[in-house]
Design a protein around this ligand. Structure first.
Ligand SMILES: Cc1ncc(COP(=O)(O)O)c(C=O)c1O
Length: 410
């Protein structure tokens, strides 16, 4: 098997380029013993709120914490149901369950890979009754009140928020954006005649700063963004054992703080985020240009109302396994995000979904392949990736299979 020459993700190059700045952050924490809270966290929160064009940012321990706290602070609790897409990372639904609610799934739009607003409307109108008092839908599937919807801006492409927000308004649902893959993505709101940043449109939004994200920490970190002061204050208490002042606990909370070293690192990297995002968009354009002439591979589609940040560059192909194996043989790393939709995961067997419930999600799960994508990816590396894709598509299946077998045994 060929050794990987073009990794799926290169986290070493960008960190080495910033080594001195990052070490300075760590050194300053050592010299002040400022490990938890303090100015480093406040500075980052202020800067990230500004970047997302929101009033408040609350740094927390991870994207999963951010989602869970945002849902709970928005009033989601035991006995509720929350709607989301089945093609997301399990953290989205873990947070829903940990808030005490049940996840219910809505299929996705084939072009955007995000929750389909038409199917969302259909579900709310035909699979739910209305609570006469709150106007909220009651799911016939679970008998529970649906209190929120979590659109996921998957792969860094915004969901169709105008239509989701309109439905949420009609059905009295809280909208919590899962922006964990979408730092800096933008959506053109026809309603407001302006571009809106991911993380600024719902009641609150969750970001992950897991190292591989567009803005990644050197460890675990996350944040909630919101324009709602009351909600921000609740989350500040929640992340810190429910404290309003030291040892004054207004409620039980969690240990879910963003630590100061990660905040300092994120602040340093945030200066570069806009440039990194443009570089990702340029690499997406290059892939688009080089891959467009090839038959047998479908490219991501960006609607005119979306400005994605290409956390992942995901193509589709009928013979995904063969393409992935061929690229591996050529020394090119790839990923699948995600191979098994959540409604078919063992963890969610009790929800009672079966194969065939979400045909678009299921079809895509068998066809998607994430190609290498990061700001430091060079034109030559992209040409090599495309060359390997072309070679795979042009070679007959038997020869390819034998080549892969030979490489594997070598
Ligand atoms: C869509 C999505 N939601 C939630 C999360 C959870 O974030 P974290 O890993 O920081 O808890 C992730 C991160 O992988 C994600 O991609």
């Amino acid at each position: 098997m060929g050794s990987t020459q073009i990794p799926f993700l290169d986290l070493i190059r960008p960190h080495l380029e910033m080594e001195e700045e990052l070490v300075t952050v760590f050194r300053s924490a050592l010299h002040t013993a400022g490990f938890i809270g303090g100015n480093a966290v406040l500075d980052f929160e202020r800067a990230f709120a500004e970047f997302c064009e929101v009033d408040h940012c609350v740094g927390v321990g991870s994207g999963t914490d951010a989602l869970r706290f945002a849902l709970m602070a928005a009033g989601v609790g035991p006995g509720d149901s929350v709607l989301t897409a089945p093609n997301t990372f399990i953290a989205t639904t873990e947070a829903i369950s940990q808030a005490g609610a049940l996840p219910e799934f809505i299929d996705i739009d084939e072009q955007t890979c995000n929750i389909d607003p038409d199917k969302l409307r259909e579900y709310l109108e035909t699979n739910c009754d209305r609570d006469a008092y709150t106007g909220r839908p009651i799911s016939r599937r679970t008998g529970r009140v649906i209190s929120a919807v979590v659109p996921v801006h998957l792969y860094g492409q915004p969901a169709d928020m105008d239509r989701i927000l309109k439905l949420a308004d009609e059905f009295n649902l809280a909208v919590i954006e899962d922006a964990c893959q979408a730092h800096g993505a933008a959506y053109f709101s026809q309603q407001q005649h302006t571009w809106r940043k991911a993380g600024s449109m719902g009641k609150a939004a969750a970001f992950s700063f897991y190292p591989g994200k567009n803005l990644g920490a050197c460890g675990e970190a996350g944040a909630v963004t919101t324009n709602d002061l009351n909600l921000a204050q609740k989350i500040r208490a929640m992340r810190d054992h429910g404290q309003s002042a030291k040892y004054y606990h207004d409620m039980e909370g969690y240990n879910g703080r963003l630590d100061a070293i990660q905040a300092g690192i994120l602040r340093t990297k945030l200066y570069r985020l806009a440039q990194w995002n443009s570089q990702r968009r340029e690499r997406a354009e290059t892939y688009q240009e080089l891959l467009a002439p090839l038959d047998g591979v479908m490219l991501p589609v960006e609607p005119e109302w979306a400005r994605g940040v290409y956390h992942l560059y995901v193509v589709r192909t009928q013979d995904r396994q063969l393409l992935q194996d061929s690229l591996k043989t050529a020394g090119i790393g790839t990923g699948i995000h995600y191979p098994i939709p959540l409604h078919l995961q063992k963890a969610y067997r009790a929800l009672g979904y079966v194969k065939g419930d979400f045909p678009v999600t299921e079809k895509l799960a068998s066809e998607i392949l994430s190609l290498p994508m990061y700001p430091q990816l060079t034109r030559i590396e992209q040409e090599n990736v495309v060359q390997a894709v072309r070679k795979c598509l042009a070679t007959d299946r038997t020869t390819l299979f034998l080549n892969i077998l030979q490489e594997t045994l070598a």
